[in-house]
Design a protein around this ligand. Structure first.
Ligand SMILES: [Mg+2]
Length: 351
């Protein structure tokens, strides 16, 4: 996890806009060849030299997407970058530059923005992207962060949501549901803290879950790994909203159906344990929890040998003709229609 540094309070108005920009961007010198001009002119200049340009943007709003009661600002900065890089990797691209827009009320001192930028800076360093621009402005209430990520890919490498074919294998990276269960733990501790501010929670057994929620890592490694295995996915998407809605996006865009196998969905033991503790169904959490930032993709059957047994990948189903529909095959071998938020629980109760 990331350490928050000791906070003193400098009012934003003391620095002024230019002083603030200088302070926040002092460690953000560009490193990449594609960054021709970074911060310091009216616009950044980028040169992808024959590559396709990928652009994606996300807006995070306090009270909607994050709660500063348990989200340290440094983690928030890091996560805001991850959310966007994940979308570039989901196109099978390489993320190269980001821009940062921030609106915050004057309840945030300069040091708070420095913490936020420390997280952004760390993410940019680890993921090798340049921060090439941004804007900081005031809001009447709360904090908003908008990140735009740019990336590049060779034309023949770009993977869309629309290329899946019947009989393609459905594959997911990593494991699912941990971020959502981390959020449940943090929400529970927040309630405990409200009742007893002196409580010292012991969260050791939940470290993995909380890290997945507060400090997710985008799958920068998967594109190069697939290239080294000589596999090009036929379709791909990242898992931000939950497995079921991402599968439905691929099916609708590709005009195919799917059979997803409940017993193939990868779950970390910590997720299973937390689901038992909270009396939640772990399949529902994997399907609907979201914020996993893993990659979901399809590959042709011929590529099975190249990916089978690889610890990064789980084959969780296969694509069908569109008319066959989208289904979850349960552990009890019952076929249930897949819906955007999990599946139809009423149907399950009948089996
Ligand atoms: Mg996405």
């Amino acid at each position: 996890m990331l350490e928050d540094s000791q906070q003193s309070r400098t009012n934003l108005s003391e620095l002024g806009e230019f002083g603030l920009i200088d302070l926040l961007t002092k460690n953000l010198a560009p490193k990449l060849k594609s960054t021709v001009k970074s911060i310091g002119d009216d616009a950044a200049v980028l040169d992808f030299n024959g590559y396709e340009t990928l652009v994606t943007t996300d807006l995070l709003v306090e009270g909607v997407h994050f709660d500063l009661a348990y989200m340290p600002l440094k983690h928030l900065g890091y996560k805001a970058v991850m959310v966007n890089l994940s979308d570039v990797y989901a196109m099978n691209g390489e993320a190269t530059q980001i821009t940062i827009g921030i609106a915050c009320s004057n309840r945030f001192p300069v040091e708070a923005l420095e913490e936020l930028y420390a997280g952004i800076e760390l993410a940019a360093k680890i993921y090798n992207v340049d921060v090439v621009g941004g804007d900081t402005t005031s809001s009447t209430k709360g904090l908003l962060i908008s990140v735009t990520a740019l990336g590049k890919a060779k034309k023949e490498d770009v993977v869309y949501r629309s290329g899946a074919k019947p009989n393609d294998l459905l594959v997911v990276t990593g494991d699912l549901g941990a971020s959502y269960m981390g959020l449940q733990i943090l929400e529970r501790e927040k309630e405990v803290f409200k009742v007893n501010p002196n409580s010292q929670p012991d969260l050791d057994q939940y470290t993995y879950l909380i890290e997945r929620q507060l400090k997710p890592e985008a799958r920068k490694d998967i594109g190069p790994l697939l290239r080294s295995l000589e596999v090009k996915p036929t379709s791909m998407i990242d898992i931000s909203d939950g497995l079921s809605s991402e599968i439905i996006h691929i099916c609708k865009n590709s005009k195919v159906g799917v059979n997803l196998y409940e017993n193939k969905i990868p779950l970390d033991p910590a997720v299973i344990a937390a689901c038992e503790e909270f009396e939640l169904d772990s399949t529902t959490i994997a399907l609907s929890g979201g914020e996993d930032y893993e990659l979901l993709f399809t590959v042709a059957q011929e590529d099975f040998d190249k990916i089978k047994g690889n610890p990064n990948f789980s084959i969780i189903g296969y694509m069908t003709e569109e008319r066959e529909g989208m289904h979850l095959i349960t552990r009890g071998d019952t076929k249930i229609p897949l819906i955007a938020k999990g599946w139809n629980a009423m149907d399950r109760e009948e089996d």
